[in-house]
Design a protein around this ligand. Structure first.
Ligand SMILES: [Zn+2]
Ligand SMILES: [Zn+2]
Ligand SMILES: [Zn+2]
Length: 326
């Protein structure tokens, strides 16, 4: 029988078992949930040109567009009008300049930044007429040829030598905080989707949390929004434990604020406790009865006997009682 604090000597066995069952896509330093997962995301951003997933559902905007809406000073027309304007701007940014032969991304309605400057120098004539007379000139040989934007899937050119991104993606990179460009490009395929980072977490604890994510994903019955998971991972990171089994369920409840938590805090607690339970189940999976039988209280879930709301069967002197999960 395991004591409430699962014995430390059980840890290598648990680690070994987790190494067997946690699949590679859940083991990375950064977890990118599958974009179409209804477990981790609420859906897609309601701006049609934006492919990002939605982290919280009130406005159904991705994190980046939600921030943009909050910061916007042009909200007179309401959310729908703002969405239409942003959508048009995003689509323009991904479209090639209308000057024949120029493949830079558009800055304004029709042309790239350079051709927009040329149009302004020409005295801002009627744009369609001006486009007929203008021709694209490749850069001088000393400058080198045009280069393709390095954002995967992008077909536009960069803004010129020394640039690795087209204007549109350069703006996105700047908006994201101008971090390391190689990392930004490598993660580009995941768009602006929220992600979960496991840095600073002891090896075993990290694998336990990743196992919890895998279970949620595979079962696909319980919502696990990234915002709640980030909170759970942060709680685990700052808890000082090396395994969720270092603390009993009651101790975790005390640390996590018990019943006072609401919404995402409550979901975070639920994820940690669920995962802890699953780890216990792994430790006794060969013979759950041998672990539970001598106890004063049986956990019917560990015995695979849960029926309706009743979780624990508690034995006191002379009588048996059932208690609902609390
Ligand atoms: Zn968006
Ligand atoms: Zn152009
Ligand atoms: Zn690009």
């Amino acid at each position: 029988m395991l004591t409430d604090h699962a014995r430390r000597e059980e840890r290598p066995m648990l680690l070994e078992r987790l190494m067997e069952v946690v699949r590679p896509e859940f083991r990375a330093d950064v977890f990118h949930p599958p974009q179409d997962s209804p477990v981790f995301f609420y859906g897609f951003c309601r701006i049609p040109a934006c492919p990002s997933a939605v982290i919280h559902g009130a406005l159904m905007l991705c994190a980046s567009h939600y921030q943009a809406w909050c910061r916007s000073t042009d909200r007179k027309g309401g959310l729908d009008e703002w969405i239409a304007a942003v959508d048009m701007k995003e689509k323009i940014g991904l479209t090639a300049c209308a000057v024949d032969g120029c493949n830079r991304s558009r800055k304004a309605q029709f042309v790239c930044r350079r051709h927009h400057e040329a149009w302004q120098k020409a005295g801002r004539p009627e744009i369609e007429r001006w486009l007929i007379g203008v021709t694209y000139r490749p850069p001088r040989l000393s400058v080198g040829p045009e280069a393709s934007c390095e954002a995967p899937g992008c077909e536009r050119w960069t803004e010129g030598p020394g640039h690795r991104l087209c204007r549109c993606h350069d703006e996105k990179w700047r908006r994201a905080g101008r971090g390391d460009l190689d990392t930004w490009i490598a993660e580009f395929v995941h768009g602006e989707n929220p992600r979960l980072r496991f840095d600073g977490i002891p090896r075993q604890l990290r694998l336990e949390l990743q196992f919890g994510l895998q279970c949620r994903h595979d079962e696909a019955v319980k919502l696990a929004p990234l915002r709640a998971l980030k909170s759970a991972v942060n709680l685990a990171r700052t808890s000082g434990v090396e395994s969720l089994l270092d603390l009993t369920t009651a101790e975790w409840n005390m640390r996590l604020g018990g019943a006072r938590l609401r919404s995402f805090g409550s979901m975070a607690r639920c994820f940690l406790l669920d995962t802890r339970f699953r780890l216990e189940a792994i430790l006794i999976e060969d013979d759950p009865w041998a672990d539970q039988y001598p106890r004063d209280s049986w956990d019917l879930c560990l015995l695979g006997m849960r029926n309706g709301q009743v979780r624990h069967l508690r034995f006191e002197i002379g009588r048996a009682s059932c208690r609902e999960r609390g």
